[in-house]
Design a protein around this ligand. Structure first.
Ligand SMILES: Nc1ncnc2c1ncn2[C@@H]1O[C@H](COP(=O)(O)OP(=O)(O)OP(=O)(O)O)[C@@H](O)[C@H]1O
Ligand SMILES: [Mg+2]
Length: 409
């Protein structure tokens, strides 16, 4: 019985005594051996028994060794073939090697160990080639999976960034509604007061009982109330137009010229409802004449995220937090320093603050995308840089620089 894991060797030779001696020798070493007395039969055995290695004579009747070699190569290029040929056939042996034979042995075989060595070497090499092939296939599969995961990740990231933007826009809309409520409410009250007063005066007038002093009084009221309506409606209009600009900037990616100080005031206005009921304060120092040619939408998203983080994380346990924003020119760049005096961050938090999905609020509304978006906006959209300094109990300092005038690329 041969070992089922034993390697199978096909010996093709027309000389029986050679076949017998080779077979006997190889079987002693535990190989399974099949044989054939010429090339044609050899190919049939090759197809039916699928050997791991072929030992083949060159000169044989019916089909010679070179033809066997060519046919085997066409079938499966990874099966090793060793030529066993007479010393006089050197030219054919060279041709056989050119056609893809792995090795050759000169007949008569003086030392069987040479045969054993050649067979083992060829089998080992064939194993290595098979293994390499398998590794390459595995690697290709893994690569493909990696590429697909990367694509999915990129798509998810884009969607998250988009939904983050939409969420900010939603907050902005809520802010608008809230802020506009006050002047519109005052306007409505004043107008209905005026309406009631006019009805009253009209009735007295129609009855012919209107006194001069009453008319004067009424006119005075009309003047005051309509003035108040005007102021409040102007305020509402102003709010609508500034919110409209911030909202448009936030949802589009337009580059335009804008006054930095005025723009920050507009952004703060839209954030007011988020901290109006707290005792936190925001102080901004910015020269009034800084005109940026840049992406205002990116700008409002950055400030929004920084302020929201101070409110949500920094001032979590603090009643009277202070945020300061210092903006100055530095040559052709703007230096933008954002500080809060909140709880600050430990070394690990500070190191990871710009990593996407890093959050200490997982499950409590944090996605961990805020600061990674800020980082990308500063470095990619605004072509600037950002650094973070912070330690526990010492608040945070984000130092950003970016060009005042963003060149068109
Ligand atoms: N001003 C701050 N004070 C203290 N910690 C902060 C401050 N800003 C950011 N952090 C820390 O950095 C982490 C990452 O901030 P980031 O804005 O990226 O995510 P998030 O605020 O947790 O979630 P998201 O902004 O997506 O809602 C926060 O979870 C918080 O631990
Ligand atoms: Mg955040």
């Amino acid at each position: 019985m041969t070992d089922p894991s034993a390697k199978k060797i096909l010996v093709i030779d027309d000389e029986e005594y050679i076949r017998d001696s080779v077979i006997g020798f190889l079987e002693d070493f535990g190989f399974e051996v099949v044989d054939a007395e010429n090339g044609r039969i050899g190919l049939e055995v090759f197809d039916s028994r699928q050997p791991d290695l072929v030992l083949c004579d060159l000169r044989m009747p019916e089909m010679d060794g070179l033809e066997v070699l060519a046919s085997v190569r066409r079938r499966n290029s990874n099966i090793p073939i060793i030529i066993v040929s007479g010393a006089g056939n050197i030219a054919d042996t060279v041709e056989a090697l050119r056609l893809g034979a792995w090795d050759y042995i000169i007949k008569p075989i003086q030392d069987m160990n040479v045969l054993y060595h050649a067979v083992n070497k060829a089998l080992e090499r064939a194993d290595l080639i098979r293994e390499k092939y398998r590794y390459e296939k595995d690697l290709e599969t893994v690569n493909l999976q990696l590429r697909m995961s990367l694509e999915t990740l990129e798509k998810t990231r884009d969607q998250l960034v988009q939904s983050e933007k939409m969420a900010a826009l939603g907050e902005l809309v809520a802010g608008v509604a809230h802020e506009i409520n006050t002047p519109v409410g005052v306007g409505v009250t004043a107008a209905s007061f005026l309406d009631a007063k006019t009805h009253e005066v009209k009735k007295i007038y129609e009855a012919g009982e209107l006194k001069r002093s009453e008319l004067e009084n009424y006119l005075q009221t009309v003047e005051e109330v309509s003035n108040s309506i005007l102021i409040n409606m102007e305020r509402a209009a102003e709010l609508v137009s500034s919110f409209k600009q911030v909202a448009v900037d936030q949802s589009s990616e337009n580059r335009r010229q804008f006054n930095l100080k005025e723009y920050i005031d507009e952004i703060l206005l839209s954030l007011r409802p988020r901290y109006k009921k707290t005792e936190h304060t925001i102080e901004v120092s910015c020269e009034a004449d800084i005109e940026l040619y840049s992406f205002p939408g990116a700008f409002s998203q950055i400030l929004n995220n920084l302020i929201m983080n101070s409110l949500v994380h920094g001032f979590q346990q603090i009643e009277k937090g202070t945020i300061t924003v210092n903006i100055s020119r530095q040559g052709k760049n703007i230096l933008f320093v954002y500080r809060d005096n909140g709880r600050g961050m430990g070394p690990e938090e500070r190191e990871k603050v710009f990593d996407p999905f890093y959050t200490t609020m997982r499950g409590k509304g944090g996605t961990g995308l805020g600061m990674s978006i800020v980082f990308n906006l500063i470095t990619q959209t605004l072509k600037g840089s950002i650094e973070c300094e912070s330690s526990p109990g010492k608040g945070v300092v984000f130092t950003m620089t970016f060009p005042e005038h963003l060149e068109t690329i």
